[in-house]
Design a protein around this ligand. Structure first.
Ligand code: URA
Length: 237
């Protein structure tokens, strides 16, 4: 038996104070009956707890979007460097979130986290074709030949073959790059292959998701609709 409010928080329904509000608002039911008392003891093995009509399984599927700052490595732990995990607020630490793919230490911008291993593997699989759009400041200025080379599928310095990608120069030394794969240091290496050394890199979009107004260093949960769109984008390709 455990307290209902603890079960709700551990299921990812929200922080302790958000859970209090959810209970007060009558959005929680136990075995079909509205329950407002967070101190009530429940047996998650025998009873069904619902939030807004959806059953909580004790560990719900969570997907979060971070606006990653430079200076953090994308890893769950690292002996020397600061990791993106340190940027997750303490109330999310129990959710067992893992970064989806990786951004380099110096790269900023959109980074997803989830506790759903299956979604994670689908999104980072070599078969995944979710488009990822980056803003780069770089040496030189991209030309028509560079745009064509990206569209044809570049061969990197070590012989790695890239899929067709989109290069959009937006000003002197500034471009948007859209790729549908995630090889190691891919954007930097693609730009280097065209003598356009990257000086600054930010991921701005992944599938239908953008950074929006999310401040650097902050995270927000994806809505159910955003999760569905992300999955659809995934399966359509
Ligand atoms: N490509 C890179 O070179 N670095 C990143 O962090 C992401 C894509």
């Amino acid at each position: 038996m455990e307290r209902l409010d603890k079960f709700l928080a551990d299921s990812g329904a929200g922080t302790r104070s958000q859970v209090k509000q959810l209970l007060k608002q009558g959005r929680v039911t136990v075995d079909g009956k509205p329950e407002k008392d967070g101190s009530r003891k429940i047996d998650p093995g025998l009873q069904t707890v619902c939030l807004d009509g959806t059953a909580l399984g004790g560990r719900y599927r969570a997907v979060f979007l971070m606006n990653k700052p430079a200076g953090y490595v994308t890893a769950t732990e690292d002996p020397r460097e600061k990791t993106v995990m340190e940027l997750l607020p303490p109330q999310l630490r129990h959710l067992d979130l893992k970064p989806v793919g990786r951004l380099d230490k110096a790269t900023e911008g959109l980074l997803l986290f989830t506790n759903d291993g299956e979604l994670l593997h689908r999104l980072i699989s070599p078969k995944s074709q979710v488009p990822k759009r980056y803003y780069a400041r770089h040496e030189g200025t991209a030309t028509e030949q560079d745009i064509d080379a990206f569209a044809q599928g570049l061969t990197l310095a070590d012989g790695t073959q890239c899929r067709s990608a989109k290069l959009e120069p937006i000003g002197p030394g500034e471009s948007l790059i859209t790729i549908c794969e995630g090889k190691y240091h891919q954007v930097r290496r693609m730009m280097a292959a065209r003598n356009l050394t990257v000086l600054y890199l930010e991921r701005r979009q992944e599938g239908c998701l953008t950074l929006g107004e999310l401040p650097r260093g902050q995270v927000r949960p994806l809505t159910q609709q955003e999760i569905e769109l992300l999955e659809q984008g995934e399966s359509e390709k």
